[in-house]
Design a protein around this ligand. Structure first.
Ligand code: AHG
Ligand code: MN
Ligand code: MN
Length: 337
């Protein structure tokens, strides 16, 4: 069957149903999973939009497994996702930034085909100042038999085994970008109808960056290759501009559409960088590659990395292909920090 074609304005539901029909062996669990994720996105979007009124600003007073302060919206987003994923029979396990261990689907519900990794709320430091934040997710098909409890082996897999990934940005509008074997497509939420509509069809990212994005405050501590790459980005003939929000998902989304390179390198104090592999690096690397871009940790393609722990971190250079290749060449000579 040929891949279905979609017009802008197509609903997410129709997109999911038609791609489902074109996919041999599909059971409908993937459609249900995406609908659950979209529902979570709508709920979080509604809460984000009225956070200042709903008592949702500020911290919970707790510290998560990463040692970071948990914001009220981090907790709400995490609970929303887990509730939406655990009982509809499509998911067997969730790996979330906000949970110390994996969350397995309780035995009263069917343990489905998919493992979901999720950063429920990315860019938490931007919540209280109304800057763009988002949700990032990746989807693996489980390796253990459906219907049985999932094991760690279902989650600790190289990123190249992802079958889908996406994110939802809560910005001036709410947009869900979904990468599947049918390409990378963006859907904008019309809050008056409560539905996502196709707004960014078959996203391809420019091969050359117009933007570079990094937290230059740390540049003196960075690995030398990253410092040299950014020095070259500033050469007038490159005609690049700098943009950095501090929400990975928002920086990535802008760069994906406009052409850009985002980097969060290793430092001597943090030799694995800051960003997490399973629910930040992997999903965005999958989307970037699917859109014609690239992602590396400076030594290796991100999607080839085999994670050894649930909350492992990774240096990340991601975005336009030619610029990521140049950064990789400069970082390849770096000593291991
Ligand atoms: P999270 O809010 O999920 O913990 O992630 C924050 C991350 C990421 O979104 C962003 O790119 C990065 O932290 C910003 O870090 P710096 O403040 O060190 O630049
Ligand atoms: Mn994050
Ligand atoms: Mn987060």
């Amino acid at each position: 069957m040929t891949a279905p074609q979609f017009e802008e304005g197509t609903t997410l539901d129709r997109f999911l149903m038609e791609t489902h029909r074109a996919t041999p062996g599909a059971t409908g669990q993937f459609v249900n999973l995406m609908q659950s994720i979209a529902l979570s996105g709508k709920m979080i979007s509604a809460r984000v939009n009225r956070a200042g009124l709903a008592g949702m600003l500020g911290g919970t007073g707790d510290v998560n497994i990463q040692g970071e302060f948990v914001q009220k919206l981090d907790r709400y987003a995490n609970e929303t996702f887990i509730r939406a994923l655990e009982h509809r029979g499509h998911t067997c396990m969730v790996v979330s930034e906000e949970e110390g261990g994996v969350v397995r689907v309780p035995s009263q519900w069917h343990s489905g085909r998919y493992v979901v990794t999720v950063d429920p709320l990315d860019g938490s430091s931007n919540i209280d100042v109304n800057a763009t934040i988002g949700t990032i997710f990746g989807v693996f098909r489980r390796v253990t038999p459906e219907g049985e409890p999932a094991t760690d082996a279902d989650g600790l897999r190289p990123g190249k085994e992802l079958i889908a990934a996406g994110y939802i940005v809560y910005g001036s509008g709410t947009v869900m970008v979904l990468a599947t074997e049918y390409g990378v497509n963006g859907f904008t939420l019309d809050p008056s109808v409560g539905e996502f509509f196709l707004s960014h069809r078959d996203i391809r990212t420019p091969e050359r960056a117009k933007i570079y994005s990094c937290n230059e405050a740390y540049s003196e501590a960075w690995q030398p290759g990253a410092r040299e790459f950014v020095r070259q980005c500033k050469q007038p003939e490159r005609k690049l501009t700098a943009r950095y929000i501090g929400s990975l998902v928002a920086d990535f989304h802008r760069n994906l559409l406009k052409g850009g390179v985002f980097l969060y390198p290793a430092t001597a104090d943090n030799p694995e960088g800051k960003l997490r592999l399973l629910y930040e690096g992997f999903p965005l690397a999958f989307i970037a590659e699917m859109a014609g871009g690239a992602a590396t940790n400076g030594r290796e393609r991100i999607l080839d990395v085999v994670p050894s722990e649930l909350h492992g971190r990774t240096p990340l250079v991601i975005g336009s292909k030619l610029d990521v290749a140049e950064a990789t060449a400069m970082m390849a000579e770096d000593p291991q920090l």
